[in-house]
Design a protein around this ligand. Structure first.
Ligand code: ZN
Length: 287
């Protein structure tokens, strides 16, 4: 059995998966106090022994194995979690091989191995919901330099006259600041799910999202782009994004057919847990 932990901004899921990746048992707790949350997780894993554990956590986190603070949550707006030794807090209770990456890294791995990118050599996974985050996998390996990518904070050129406030505290015109769910709410005064699918706000967002996807494409040329999250899932949105994406290239490069290139995840809400299972298996192999 393998343990998989998906640590999200609002909830934490911890599951036990069998040899072939079926979820056998799962608990969900609300993300609150880190010590308390980790106690719940550790207790669950002690009652349900596993061989190794994979963790995907909200960031920013330290994923550099050479770093003194490897496994820590870094400068997050969630004050209680800031500088919390996430990996260490589990390790001191359960001395097992562990894999550790971002939430989007784990979901990206899940989709790469078992989902929409299972027959591709490279894939880019992006979630556009409460925030925007992404991961890129090349030949089975997650891309990271001295730290994990922050794909939600690339600069997006605004449409002329668009002066809506950015939702990001750090950047006036970044992907997350303009396209995340709360950004849509700043723009329209309403939550995305309450807006009509033909609301013009979605047309602007589709343009911005397409610009972001084009930037990733120019730099990485992934075999496939997988987009999930509340904003991407709005009825008609992916079609709009594909249309805008096709317009942007202006025939410079031979881009794949957007219908097959920009797709939804296949594992739905389980991508992160399944990614954690893959990380756990890999961690055991690497021991
Ligand atoms: Zn930003």
């Amino acid at each position: 059995m393998y343990g998989s932990i998906e640590l999200g901004g609002t909830k934490i899921r911890c599951a036990i998966l069998d040899e072939i990746g079926n979820i056998v048992k799962e608990i969900r707790v609300e993300t609150k106090d880190p010590e308390e949350n980790m106690k719940d997780v550790v207790d669950f894993l002690k009652k349900n022994p596993v061989e190794s554990i994979g963790i995907g956590a909200f960031g920013p986190i330290d994923v550099d194995k050479e770093s003194k603070t490897y496994g820590f949550v870094l400068e997050t707006p969630k004050k209680l979690w800031r500088n919390f030794d996430l990996l260490g807090s589990i390790k001191k209770e359960l001395d097992l091989p562990m894999g550790f990456t971002t939430d989007v890294g784990a979901s990206g791995i899940g989709e790469y191995r078992y989902g929409a990118a299972k027959d591709k050599r490279s894939s880019l996974y992006l979630t556009i919901g409460t925030g925007v985050g992404g991961s890129y996998i090349q030949d089975g390996t997650l891309l990271q330099g001295f730290s994990h990518p922050e794909m939600g904070h690339i600069e997006i050129t605004r449409e002329e006259g668009d002066e809506v406030e950015s939702f990001c505290d750090f950047h006036d015109s970044c992907f997350e600041g303009l396209c995340a769910g709360p950004a849509l709410e700043l723009r329209t005064g309403q939550r995305g799910e309450n807006l009509d699918k033909d609301d013009p706000a979605f047309d602007i967002l589709a343009k911005y999202i397409a610009k972001g996807l084009m930037t990733y494409t120019m730099i990485l040329r992934p075999h496939i782009i997988i987009i999930g999250g509340g904003v991407a899932n709005k009825e008609g949105m992916i079609e709009k994004i594909r249309r805008e994406f096709a317009k942007l290239d202006n025939h410079y490069i031979n881009i794949p057919n957007p219908d097959q290139y920009i797709v939804f995840p296949e594992l739905g809400n389980e991508a992160g847990l399944i990614g954690g299972y893959v990380l756990a298996k890999d961690a055991l192999k690497d021991e």
